[in-house]
Design a binder for this molecule. Structure first.
Ligand code: ADP
Length: 260
């Protein structure tokens, strides 16, 4: 009897070990698949802007005559906006790395809201399509906030750039701000393609991209990290959207009692 029990225990132990081994192999395979997916996403995402930069740089170098100044400037602007775009993607990737490793650190500062909003809109202007314009909020000059400036900038950059990217030419993007009881609410509203109803529940999932957006470049990372960062700081992001009509993304955060 004793021998049988020992044998049974031995079998159970081996089964357990085998199970653990299988599990760790499965995890390793999953990790490898994720790495491959990530690498192909990065290379794909960088390839098109980089080849655009090369073309524009080559052409800008050819337009040396005074009367070709306009053309030269146009290509230099293209280079600027594509470099900016790549830089934004890199910032998003760095955010993921920090969030994953638990190394995301936040820093609260007191600053005028208009400083960040101005800067983000100024940088986004480069990405506007023909006839697109951004309506700047007209009531923010006196608003001072206490928040993480970098996170606010990253959030607004992602939302405004999405509004531009997922809207056609000759549309308006409205940026509106409400400041009530030391809570700041910022809404970015576009007249673009919208998000199909059945896909709305996945929109904050990492790497998720809606079916109707696949012709545009994108990584499906931006909204996911904006949400993670904002929630870590006690803030929120929500949206409303209708396919073919447009979307409105709203972020809100308290500017009260924020200390490092
Ligand atoms: P990316 O834009 O790089 O794909 P995001 O995380 O910023 O990544 O957005 C995820 C997806 O959400 C997009 O691929 C798109 O399908 C959808 N989306 C985000 N913003 C908008 C918007 N303003 N209008 C329509 N669809 C949007």
């Amino acid at each position: 009897n004793k021998t049988i029990k020992v044998l049974q225990e031995e079998v159970a132990k081996r089964k357990e070990a085998e199970h653990k081994m299988k599990e760790s192999l499965r995890k390793e395979r999953e990790l490898n698949e994720l790495k491959t997916k990530f690498l192909s996403l990065v290379s794909h995402e960088f390839k098109t802007p980089l080849s655009g930069i090369l073309t524009s740089a080559t052409l800008a170098g050819k337009y040396t005559e005074t009367e070709q100044q306009d053309k030269r400037e146009k290509h230099l602007k293209t280079i600027q906006s594509k470099v900016k775009y790549l830089n934004n993607i890199l910032n998003d990737f760095l955010s993921i790395e920090r969030l994953e490793s638990g190394k995301a650190t936040y820093k609260f500062d007191t600053f005028p809201l208009s400083k960040v909003v101005n800067e983000v809109i100024y940088n986004s202007n480069m990405l506007l399509k023909d006839g697109q314009r951004i309506n700047y909020p007209n009531n923010i000059d006196d608003i001072t906030v206490n928040f993480d400036e970098k996170i606010l900038e990253l959030s607004l950059t992602n939302l405004i750039n999405n509004a531009i990217k997922y809207s056609p030419e000759y549309t308006t993007i409205d940026v509106a701000v409400v400041n009530k009881n030391e809570t700041i609410v910022i809404q970015i509203k576009d007249e673009g393609m919208g998000i199909p109803q059945k896909e709305q529940k996945y929109i904050f999932n990492r790497y998720f991209r809606a079916e109707n957006a696949l012709l545009d470049q994108g990584t499906g990372i931006g909204l996911n990290i904006v949400k993670s960062h904002l929630e870590s700081l006690g803030g929120k992001i929500t949206f409303e959207s209708e396919e073919g009509k447009g979307s409105a993304f709203t972020i809100s955060f308290s500017t009260k009692n924020n200390t490092n």
